[in-house]
Design a protein around this ligand. Structure first.
Ligand SMILES: NC(=O)c1ccc[n+]([C@@H]2O[C@H](COP(=O)([O-])OP(=O)(O)OC[C@H]3O[C@@H](n4cnc5c(N)ncnc54)[C@H](O)[C@@H]3O)[C@@H](O)[C@H]2O)c1
Length: 436
């Protein structure tokens, strides 16, 4: 099938390459001409494990190409996926300008009956809005909601082996149903993963899933604060609670607050949508408030160690990406920490295996970035672990001790709490754990 994926970011590139891998003929289109030129030269502009090889193979085999001429690509497509960004507005609502502009291009340029599939995360009601935008198209355009659930860092596997494929489509739209079935058939060979519903329910499902996961994290962060007061251990509580089959172990990790391009904006957007309809989602609103407070936690903890005065203190940071195995910084707790440290006059030396280029774009030379994780620690007054990349999980503690000016470890992910670091002579602080 001839597919166009509009938007070549984390979702668009992974979905485009994934569909090509299953035999479809895919064009990834983007208005960012520089990004497209890089892709055409064989460069992958983002770090996502396994994506380079997937793109290279499918380009070489002629099933995947890239263009900045979005209207030309749309003309003869049978399926057009909208995978553009839907960033947060100041009031918390999702911005739909890019989504609308793809629909407008389809209305003007489509020359073949097609499905227009919203894969971007869009508020409930967007499907109906897109239908209005394509009513005057020259050919029938069937609007479908198909939210994406992939996780950065494991996106290729998530796309190729999804837990479920949510499709919101009108009950009587057989063209759209048949097209979606055919598109995803190769991902459903071992079991049927398609979950069919009306468009509004599909749109809401994505926001509810992300908000529920965010809620688990915020709840455990609140419990971690209580653990610190009562002398309990958030790790142990997590094991104990997560081993209940009704609850499960995932998304129960206390830490420096959730970041990323999805959870913060999606929780806020859900609260905003509900308010527009006269419903107050108190749990969701609190989830967001707790997270905003949590993102300041590492900074508050650091300050306490320096009598509230961080001026001239040299602080080493391990991990800038919002989570391991991605170069995506968006809304990450490391940014909140680095902003606060710089505002307080501290010197920041940071390391990350993949996110340094993106961080340099944001901070320029206000932060020193180093290629070697131990170089960040030399003569530092504290080391803060913000993102739990694997290479940080078992550091050479003797080396850290000899490099640090002051042996303070602030472990935002509780990665070292059971390693006896206090016994080694470090000052240690985790999130809801005492450390040994
Ligand atoms: N990143 C994730 O993990 C993830 C997971 C699931 C869902 N989502 C959702 O998917 C959507 C895309 O997210 P992302 O992280 O891939 O975004 P991104 O910012 O990485 O990429 C968006 C791309 O869209 C392009 N674009 C903007 N307007 C365009 C237009 N009119 N035509 C063509 N291209 C256009 C931009 O240039 C950019 O390259 C968002 O709604 C997001 O909430 C993201």
């Amino acid at each position: 099938m001839r597919i166009v994926v509009a938007g070549s970011g984390y979702v668009g590139l992974v979905s485009g390459a994934g569909f090509a891998e299953t035999g479809h003929d895919v064009v990834c289109a983007d208005i960012d001409a520089e990004k497209i030129e890089r892709l055409q030269r064989g460069e992958v502009p983002i770090f996502e494990p396994g994506l380079d090889a997937l793109i290279e193979r499918n380009v070489a085999e002629g099933r995947l190409s890239f263009t900045a001429d979005v209207p030309a690509a749309l003309k003869t497509a049978q399926a057009i996926f909208i995978a553009v960004g839907t960033p947060m507005r100041a009031d918390g609502a999702a911005t739909l300008t890019a989504v609308d502009s793809v629909a407008e291009m389809v209305a003007e340029h489509a020359e073949r009956e097609c499905v227009l599939v919203a894969k971007s995360t869009v508020p409930v009601g967007t499907n109906a809005r897109l239908r209005r935008l394509v009513t005057d198209a020259k050919v029938p355009v069937h609007v479908v909601s198909n939210p994406e659930f992939l996780k950065e860092g494991a996106a290729v596997g998530d796309f190729m082996r999804p837990d479920r494929i949510v499709v919101g489509v009108d009950e009587d739209d057989t063209f759209a149903k048949d097209t979606m079935k055919r598109l995803y058939h190769p991902l459903c060979l071992d079991k049927d993963r398609m979950v069919w519903m009306d468009p509004a329910s599909a749109e809401l499902t994505k926001y509810v899933a992300n908000t529920m996961l965010a809620m688990r994290i915020s709840f455990m962060n609140e419990i971690a604060a209580l653990c610190e007061k009562v002398g309990a251990d958030a790790h142990k509580v997590r094991y104990g609670v997560g081993s209940d089959a009704r609850i499960g172990p995932k998304f129960l990790y206390a830490g420096p607050g959730y970041g990323g391009s999805c959870f913060p904006k999606d929780v806020k957007a859900l609260v905003h949508t509900a308010r527009d309809h006269g419903v107050e989602l108190e749990l969701a609103a609190t989830t967001d408030r707790v997270n905003v407070r949590q993102k300041g936690l590492l900074f508050r903890k650091l300050k306490r160690h320096f009598d509230d005065d961080l001026r001239g203190k040299r602080i080493a940071i391990w991990g800038i990406a919002f989570k391991p195995r991605t170069d995506d910084l968006r809304e990450g707790p490391a940014l909140t920490l680095m902003d606060a440290l710089l505002a307080d006059g501290a010197e920041v030396i940071a390391h990350d295996p993949e996110a340094i280029d993106n961080a340099k774009e944001r901070y320029g030379d206000r932060v020193t970035f180093v290629e070697d994780q131990y170089a960040a620690v030399k003569d530092a007054d504290a080391l803060v672990l913000v993102t739990e990349w694997r290479q940080y999980l078992n550091p050479d503690f003797d080396r850290l001790k000899s490099l640090l000016r002051r042996p303070l470890l602030l472990d935002g992910r509780n990665s070292w709490s059971e390693f006896g670091v206090r016994q080694m002579g470090f000052l240690y602080e985790g999130v809801g754990v005492r450390g040994s």
